[in-house]
Design a protein around this ligand. Structure first.
Ligand SMILES: [Zn+2]
Length: 91
């Protein structure tokens, strides 16, 4: 089996998709056992897949981050109560 076909199949398997026609788990594992390049590629693809899952994280984390950005678009804090009180005193 050609290496490029093996890598396509490994990618499909990581994504939970069906293997390409004519490729079985047994053939895939046999090739990976005998081909160091594909084995390394498979390990990296698997690590990347896990990393992407962690980056996606739980849905509420992303929403919370977005909320912080929206509430302070200029980065300036809102005027404090003391600012307004001092203004009244100087008048
Ligand atoms: Zn290979």
């Amino acid at each position: 089996m050609h290496c490029s076909r093996v890598r396509t199949a490994v990618s499909a398997r990581l994504d939970g998709e069906e293997l390409p026609p004519g490729v079985t788990d047994g053939l895939l594992d046999a090739h990976l056992a005998g081909c160091a390049d594909c084995r390394l590629w498979s390990e990296r693809a698997s690590a990347l897949d896990g990393l992407l899952d962690r980056l996606r994280g739980p849905p509420h984390t992303g929403a919370a981050r977005t909320g912080v950005v929206i509430s302070s678009p200029s980065g300036d804090p809102a005027p404090s109560a003391a600012y307004w009180t001092d203004g009244d005193r100087d008048r």
